[in-house]
Every structure is written in structure tokens, then in C-alpha cells.
Design a protein around this ligand. Structure first.
Ligand SMILES: *Cc1c(COP(=O)(O)O)cnc(C)c1O
Length: 429
């Protein structure tokens, strides 16, 4: 067993002053048991905890660290920005460059507004869609997570799902009534909702490739079908690409699947590890945002110089190296195939879903295509696997209902280490 006494002491103290000891619920390890690790530093593929243990990181800060930890170019950009003062609250050249770059990379984005988190991006996008259409209701998919905004905490994924509170107390009935729910990958359900709520639906929002009930892949024709329905009924189609943006392709899932939404939300990778989000879309929709239009949205620290500096270096790097996506896909495909072979040999039921550098190993014999099938997973078995992998030095997402992320810091040597750890872990229970 790894020595984790410093993490244990920190967690005990944290619980006195922070609800549950953490600033974001899944970090508490409740779904897998045990004491969360307090992280001191990270470099490339490795994390180091307060007790000095080293782990290969397959969470990568829940997505942002696609180039591995503490990339030298990003570090330098942040240093340079901080020496010119961390914040002005006034327009900067970097924000213009960032907006132009995003518009050049993400197919659906003609204008973009920077915010400070993915949650803020989705909340704002929904407000804009409502303001623009003059309608109140939205459709979201069961098990998709769009941050912790009130409208989205209905049948929500990620931590909300992990902790069994997909519908949070504190969300008013009125708000909940305006959020209509459909299963992922089910076009007929969407048609029915539209028929029952004619001219009332402002927006349909989804993760085009889901990460937050574990990785779930859109069925062939599903995204195209949603596009057609939304166009026909005047509904704003929003792809929440906070996770998939710049991860599955430069232009996210919309580029990979060739389907253009009306609006997109971005986060995670876009900040290079700093707290950043963005929402954008068609010009005429985005021009309803204040001060160009009447839909109010603002932010004291939005477009923050350090965050823009880090994000710019990240996005420029990805744009200059389009081969990264092919390499990540190749590394990840080999890794999950090899992991699958081992787990088959060990005799467990499993399903692995993978798109590019995102994947989830579900402990179920059922194909996972939506929330209902994701829920067939044996979460107790996952918890055992998680703990065994941690003992082998691999840091996985501490819940069955999350995606794993492979970074460019995973070379053949690291991939071999992950596979060896996986083989050993499967033997231990
Ligand atoms: C992480 C995530 C969010 C929320 O972003 P935060 O920065 O945590 O607020 C929203 N949507 C999706 C798809 C996400 O993966």
C-alpha cells in the first residue's frame, strides 16, 4: 500500500473548513472509497501527491492537459502575462487574437464571448438561445452534464450522477419544468417532445460525444437527425463541447462528425489549465449578447490576461500540429485494445467506448449507448478496479461515469506501464 498519511491529514483538516473536504464533488473519491490524494505537482504524464508518490495521470485535470502537465510553452506564456499584471478589466490584444483563433478553428463559431468556466458558458448560451428565440423551454439528454447551472441539474451526469443527485435540491420547480429530458441516441423521443411543446422549445443542448455518463458515442445519423429537427422547428442546436472541443479534433466533435450546430460551448482545453470557458455561434445569434444586443452577460475577470495567454499557446500549438489528433487516436486505440484483451482473459464482463483520446471502460456486458445502458455497469467492481490501479500507480477518474483522457505525454513506454498496471490490477481482485 502506498503511504498517504499527508493526504489523509489534509483531508481530515479540509473537511473542517470545506464542504466534504473538496471544491468539486467527484474529487472526494466517494464513489470508489478511500482517501482522496492531495496533489502537489505534476509534469508530463505524471502526478505527484503530498506524500511523494508518483502516478500516471489518465484524468489530466478532467481534460484540459491534452499536452501533458506543465508544458514549457504554456508555463512561459503565463509567466510573461503575469509580469504585466494579472488583470486589467479592460480589453486586450490577446482577447482579439483568441476570438479570431477560435472562430478559425471551430466550424460553428462566427463570434465568441469568453467566460471563466464551462458552467458559465452553458448557462450563458441557454440564456442567449432563450432571448434570441423568445421561447422558454430547453431539451437536454438524460445523463449529459452541462455544468451546475439550475436548468441543467435535471437528469444530470458526472458528479451529480455519481452521487445519486441527478436532480438537485435548490432548483425551483419552475426552472425544472422548463427543462425537457430525452434519452441520448433517441431521435423519436426528440420528435415527441417537439410535438408536445410546439413553438416552445428554445434550444436543444447535448454533448455530441458524451463524456459525463462515461464515454458514449452518437449513433450513425443521430447528430445529423438532431440538426434537421432543430432547423425544421426553429430550435437552437447547442453542442456542449466543453470536453470534446479541441480534444477530438481542432474543431471538436462538430468537425469530426461534420455537423454544424447553431451555438457551441467550450472550456477545459481552451484555457490550457487556467479557468476559462467560451460560448459562440452564428453571428446573428451572438449579436443578441450585450452590449451588441439585449441579452445580458458579463464577467469581471473574463478574458483574463493569464488565462488568454495560456489558452492562446495551447490552441496555436494544436493548430500548428494537426497530426496530434491522429497520434492520440492511434495511442488510445492501441491502449484500449490491449486493455480489452487483458480484461477478456481475466474473465470480466466489459464494454469499452472510445472516440479519439477519450474512453471509458464500463464493467457491463451490455453495449453502452445511453444513460440506461450506462447504469447497467457494476460500479462496485469499478471501485475495486480503481483502487487496484491506484496501487499500481495509475490515477483514473474516481467514478464509473467519467471519461479517461490520454495526453500527448503518453508515449509507448507510458502506455506499456499503464497496460502492465492494468494486468496486475485485474489479478488482484
Ligand atoms: C466539465 C464540463 C462542463 C462544466 O465545466 P466547468 O468548467 O466544470 O464548469 C460543462 N459541460 C461539459 C460537457 C463538461 O464536460
Amino acid at each position: 500500500m502506498n503511504e498517504i498519511s499527508r493526504s489523509q491529514a489534509l483531508f481530515d483538516k479540509a473537511k473542517q473548513f470545506i464542504p466534504g473536504g473538496v471544491n468539486s464533488p467527484v474529487r472526494a473519491f466517494r464513489a470508489v472509497g478511500g482517501n482522496p490524494l492531495f496533489i502537489k505537482k505534476a509534469k508530463g504524464p505524471y502526478l505527484y501527491d503530498e506524500d511523494g508518490n508518483q502516478y500516471i495521470d489518465l484524468i489530466n485535470s478532467w481534460g484540459p492537459m491534452i499536452l501533458g502537465h506543465a508544458h514549457p510553452a504554456i508555463e512561459e506564456a503565463i509567466r510573461e502575462a503575469v509580469s504585466a499584471s494579472p488583470s486589467f478589466g479592460a480589453p486586450t490584444a490577446r482577447e482579439v487574437e483568441m476570438a479570431e483563433l477560435i472562430c478559425s478553428m471551430v466550424p460553428s463559431v462566427e463570434k465568441v464571448r469568453m467566460v471563466n468556466s464551462g458552467t458559465e458558458a452553458t448557462m450563458s448560451a441557454i440564456r442567449v438561445a432563450r432571448g434570441y428565440t423568445g421561447r422558454d423551454k430547453i431539451i437536454k439528454m438524460e445523463g449529459c452534464y452541462h455544468g451546475h447551472g439550475d436548468s441543467f441539474l435535471i437528469a444530470a451526469g458526472s458528479g451529480a450522477l455519481t452521487f445519486g443527485y441527478p436532480d438537485s435540491p435548490g432548483v425551483t420547480k419552475g426552472t425544472a419544468q422548463d427543462t425537457l429530458i430525452a434519452p441520448f441516441n433517441d431521435l423519436k423521443a426528440i420528435e415527441n417532445l417537439i410535438a408536445k411543446n410546439p413553438e416552445e422549445i428554445a434550444a436543444l443542448i447535448l454533448e455530441p460525444v458524451v463524456g459525463n455518463m462515461g464515454c458514449v458515442i452518437p449513433a450513425e445519423g443521430y447528430l445529423q437527425g438532431l440538426r434537421e429537427l432543430c432547423t425544421r422547428h426553429g430550435i437552437i442546436l447547442i453542442f456542449d463541447e466543453v470536453m470534446t472541443g479541441f480534444r477530438l479534433a481542432q474543431g471538436g466533435a462538430q468537425e469530426l462528425y461534420g455537423v454544424k450546430p447553431d451555438m457551441s460551448t467550450l472550456g477545459k482545453i481552451i484555457g490550457g489549465g487556467l479557468p476559462v470557458g467560451a460560448y459562440g455561434g452564428r453571428k446573428e445569434i451572438m449579436d443578441s449578447v450585450s452590449p451588441a444586443g439585449p441579452v445580458y452577460q458579463a464577467g469581471t475577470l473574463s478574458g483574463n490576461p493569464m488565462a488568454m495567454a495560456a489558452g492562446l499557446v495551447m490552441l496555436k500549438h494544436l493548430k500548428a500540429h494537426p497530426e496530434i489528433y491522429g497520434q492520440l487516436d492511434k495511442t488510445t486505440t492501441k491502449l484500449v485494445n490491449d486493455m480489452g484483451d487483458e480484461i477478456r482473459k481475466a474473465g470480466f464482463n466489459f464494454t469499452i467506448n472510445q472516440v479519439g483520446s477519450m474512453f471509458t471502460l464500463f464493467f457491463t456486458a451490455t453495449k453502452v449507448t445511453d444513460f440506461g445502458t450506462a447504469k447497467t455497469s457494476d460500479t462496485a467492481l469499478f471501485a475495486k478496479y480503481f483502487q487496484a490501479m491506484l496501487q499500481q500507480g495509475i490515477y483514473l477518474a474516481p467514478s464509473q461515469y467519467e471519461a479517461m483522457f490520454v495526453s500527448t505525454a503518453v508515449d509507448n513506454n507510458i502506455a506499456d506501464k499503464i497496460l502492465t498496471a492494468h494486468r496486475q490490477a485485474l489479478k488482484s481482485f
